[in-house]
Design a protein around this ligand. Structure first.
Ligand code: CUA
Length: 347
């Protein structure tokens, strides 16, 4: 009896824990709240397969309960042996045909979706973006536009955006659960492709979903979905972003000089050649620094001084500049906002 109670208690604990955990999560990071073509396709398949599962479960449990009650050994009939039968053609056909039908109901839309999601090229002049993952950040290069961003991917609502994806180091995986399915990014020449088609404007979170090192959990990014007109304006603003533009404040100007002397061997601003570090053209739009910190001047300064404290395993060197210089660079970076179209305006 005691062992049974113990098991029950463990089950109860596990059950309530999973209930509590199911309440966790971010609104714009959920496959259960689809706002994109691919995500809706996958959501419908999930609902269909769960519905089939529930149907099978209910039917099996009903038969199970019926047999359990109807054919129990009854009092006074302990020695009764029921009529022995072997094989029943009708029953066997029924329980073979029903699963086949259920599998077909599931398989036809699944295969359709697989082919639909694999349509990752089109002849029209559409938006193509090269996605490059690295430990532990994302870069997005807009083909033909000479625009690069990191950590933030701007796309227009209602248009199909084609992605070509690869990794600069280990395998990562690109996932914006509210907009589309997920796709691995591989090192080497093995490029993967997929598309995004967002149905609502807004800011969505994406996440690396392949364990890729100590800061895997910090490897997130945002997808900013704006109207086609706003997207066009954003593209123009980004194209015109001048890496040499003089910042407004004296401190930021000094920060710019320090940045140019110490940081630009790895980082690019505007259409400068791709560095081994993130492109920082619109750094001022970021909602987080290092995937975890609020983008305040103090936090950015501390991050520049000691990156590994906040994002273990990343490749940015520590103490390239002193504390005063890091503060100035932080001020410079915070004012890098080339466009009025920002994640805030999209929300
Ligand atoms: Cu990149 Cu996990």
């Amino acid at each position: 009896m005691k062992g049974w109670m113990g098991k029950f208690r463990a089950l109860f604990l596990l059950g309530s824990l999973s209930l509590i955990l199911s309440g966790c999560g971010v609104d714009k990071l959920s496959a259960l709240k689809p706002d994109g073509y691919g995500a809706e396709l996958l959501y419908d398949l999930m609902i269909l397969s769960i519905a089939i599962m529930i149907f099978v479960f209910i039917v099996v449990m009903a038969i199970y309960t019926f047999v359990l009650i109807r054919y129990r050994r009854k009092k006074g009939q302990e020695d009764f042996i029921p009529k022995q039968t072997e094989g029943n053609k009708v029953l066997e056909i029924i329980w073979t045909v029903i699963p086949i039908i259920l599998l077909l109901v599931l398989a036809v839309p699944t295969v359709q979706a697989v082919f639909d999601l694999a349509e990752t090229s089109s002849d029209e002049a559409d938006i193509r973006i090269d996605v490059t993952s690295a430990q532990f950040w994302w870069q997005f290069d807009y083909a033909g536009e000479e625009i690069s961003t990191s950590q933030e991917l701007y796309i227009p609502k209602g248009e199909r955006v084609y992605l070509t994806m690869k990794s600069a180091d280990v395998i990562h995986s690109f996932w914006v659960p509210s907009i589309a399915g997920k796709m691995d990014t591989n090192p080497g020449d093995n490029e993967n492709t997929m598309y995004l088609e967002a149905k609502e404007e807004g800011v969505y979170w994406g996440q690396c979903t392949e364990l890729c090192g100590p800061s895997h959990s910090l490897m997130d990014f945002r997808v900013v979905v704006v109207s086609p007109e706003e997207y066009e304006q954003w593209v123009n603003d980004m194209k015109n972003a001048d890496p040499e533009a003089t910042p407004d404040t004296q401190v930021a100007q000094e920060g710019q000089e320090i940045f140019q002397n110490n940081c630009m061997s790895c980082h690019a601003i505007g259409a400068q050649p791709k560095g081994v570090g993130p492109n920082l053209t619109n750094f001022g739009d970021r909602a987080k620094v290092a995937g975890i910190l609020e983008p305040t001047k103090e936090n950015i300064k501390n991050w520049i001084l000691n990156p590994n404290e906040y994002k273990p395993g990343n490749t940015m060197p520590a103490n390239l500049v002193n504390e005063e210089e890091a503060g100035k660079v932080a001020e410079y970076l915070m004012q890098l906002k080339p466009s009025e179209i920002t994640p805030e305006s999209a929300q």
